[in-house]
Design a protein. Sequence first.
Length: 174
Amino acid sequence: MQSLPLQELKQVIKIEDSSLDSQYHVLDLTIRQNRHRQDALIEVLHKAQEQFGYLEKDVLTYIARELKLPLSRVYGVATFYHLFSVQPKCKHTCSICLGTACYTKGGKALLDILMKELKLEAGKRSPNGKVFLRVERCIGNCGVAPAAIYDGHVSRQQSPAQVLATVKGWMEEP
């Protein structure tokens, strides 16, 4: 796969914003510092997410070309690790743990009420873009099951009513 210079890439994806120019410049520096090594993919993805806020398709395509990797591999790494996001960030994130302890103590009911009452889907943004709903396989804190994580803070022994009230409050924020 041939690498496109930044100017050509900007024409292909129609970049006109000077702030994007500097974001791609910082990404280019990171790629060059790592000598276009394929094993620097995770470091390059971190820098890209830091610069752009999330890893959109154009950015992933650019990284794949520069590191001479298949786009499927770059996308696979970006979606495998939960610290990377291929969607714009929401103001709030609610994560529901569905590990064995949380699931058996009612974790599925926490997820179900958000999906039913607020029409949220796991792994997606809310229709108003304010809340991202995640499902975690295990947060490693089984003694507090069922657990929900609100904006990075673990809340213990959550009831469906508590989860609904918190997320509904976020959805109604101005």
